[in-house]
Design a protein around this ligand. Structure first.
Ligand code: ADP
Ligand code: ASP
Ligand code: MG
Length: 425
């Protein structure tokens, strides 16, 4: 008998029929002898709908109150799924984040989990119940509702699995595993049987939204065996796990893209000690996370500094940098939100040279201009114009030999050939 945490995403609970399907799956796992904890997201589109309502009231929402609103989507889902389980003859109880004391810090809209009280869950499991927990939400030390950032139900699932020392955490979504790239962008993407925590961490942080990055961090830290599966098929899915020697053979495991960043260039920054500290200190003071940073060599005592931030922080960052640029005596400011970051990831890159060069050649062959470059041990990223995202992803996927073999076309029969020729005639 094992303890399994299953997390179902928005599409998997997108309507009541799908919720009944989730209930059937949970009951099947229980029938197989397991204790089952289910984490559910809001119904697909619901979180966006709630955010739109907020935007209709104000374009500068109070972050605490915004979390009060957007956390409600998951409440509807847990109640309905618990009832769907009961309607099929099972025993179930639902819990909101604060009822199982998913305690977070107070960074509204992107809070981090600090602790979980697993006791109420254990008690309900002992009574033979399936426990249905709201994803995405927590509570801070002062009792305010918080949310964990978009895609945060993944993190609720893995954090619960870690707190309960579950035997496995299964993330059910609308694709049947982790692919070499987003299968909705690249039809030739291949499903992976296994991927290392480290590679998944990079892919998630570089835009592959199949798992929220924090969920992978938790899984890696607490060694939670993490599966990504489809709620619509019986496919075994992908296992996210520790690296073994055979996994280093692959140079590039996957390609990711991110269209949610914007670029800011501070022009003519005086090349003096302390200016970068002032610019980025001002951003940090407003909790704005900076991603890529590039500083050009200085000419005539001045230089340009370019960096990227999340699109959601763009307006705030623009405002902050306008002031900071003036303070440090820069001559101008340029902004561009029509960018995308495309990245290649693989643990095999550690021991091989020439991978980055091949990436640049591939983009150049497609006529795509590279605006910024960033590398680390197991990834290389390029910032390009957003309109070339799909083209770049597909070209890189092919160049690094990741394409699935094309389906073999069956030879047409004589009668099919005759029918076709008849049509043409
Ligand atoms: P859920 O609502 O179940 O949490 P998400 O929409 O958050 O689902 O994540 C699943 C989506 O992630 C897929 O539909 C796919 O478009 C996208 N995706 C991006 N990169 C990958 C990848 N490498 N493998 C699988 N899916 C990916
Ligand atoms: N409902 C939240 C979102 O749409 C959390 C999640 O689905 O993981 O981002
Ligand atoms: Mg998700």
């Amino acid at each position: 008998m094992a303890l399994i945490v299953q997390k179902y995403g928005g599409t998997s609970v997108g309507d009541t029929e799908r919720m009944k399907n989730v209930a059937r799956r949970c009951l099947a796992a229980q029938k197989a002898g397991h204790d089952v904890v289910v984490v559910v997201s809001a119904m697909s589109g619901e979180t966006n709908r709630l955010l739109k309502l907020v935007a209709q009231i104000t374009d500068r929402p109070d972050e605490r109150e915004q979390d009060v609103v957007v956390a409600t989507g998951e409440q509807v889902s847990i109640g309905l799924v618990a009832m769907a389980i009961q309607a099929q003859g099972g025993k179930a109880v639902s819990f909101l984040g604060h009822q199982v004391r998913i305690v977070t810090d107070s960074t509204f809209s992107k809070a981090r989990i600090k602790s979980i009280d697993a006791e109420p869950i254990r008690a309900a499991l002992k009574q033979g119940k399936i426990v249905v927990v709201a994803g995405f939400q927590g509570v801070d030390e002062t009792g305010s509702v918080t949310t964990l950032g978009r895609g945060g139900s993944d993190t609720t699932g893995v954090a619960l699995a870690a707190a309960l020392k579950a035997d496995a955490c299964e993330i059910y979504t609308d694709v049947d595993g982790v692919y070499t790239t987003d299968p909705n962008v690249c039809p030739a993407a291949k499903k992976l049987d296994r991927i290392t925590y480290e590679e998944m961490l990079e892919l998630a942080s570089l835009g592959a939204k199949v798992l929220q990055i924090r969920s992978v961090e938790f899984a890696m830290k607490y060694k939670v065996p993490l599966w990504v599966k489809s709620s619509f098929t019986e496919d075994p899915g992908t296992l996210v796990c520790e690296e073994d020697a055979s996994m280093e053979d692959v140079l590039v495991r996957g390609v990711a893209y991110d269209r949610n960043e914007a670029k800011i260039t501070v022009v003519g920054v005086p090349d003096q000690p302390g200016t970068a500290a002032k610019l980025f200190g001002a951003l940090d003071a407003k909790h704005i996370v900076v991603d890529l940073i590039v500083q050009n060599p200085s000419r005539d005592g001045r230089t340009d500094v370019t960096f990227t931030v999340a699109k959601s922080d763009f307006a705030k960052a623009h405002e902050v940098v306008k002031q900071a640029a003036q303070d440090v005596g820069a001559t101008g400011l340029e902004v561009d939100d029509a960018i995308a970051k495309v990245s290649i990831v693989g643990v095999g890159m550690r021991n091989h040279s020439g991978v980055a060069a091949k990436m640049f050649q591939t983009l150049s062959q497609e006529g795509i201009n590279i605006q910024l470059i960033s590398t680390s041990e197991i990834k290389t990223s390029c910032v390009i114009h957003t309109k070339y995202t799909e083209l770049a992803v597909r070209a890189l996927h092919t160049a690094f030999g990741l394409d699935a073999p094309a389906p073999v076309q069956a030879n047409p029969t004589v009668s099919e050939v005759d029918a076709l020729q008849g049509q043409k005639a």
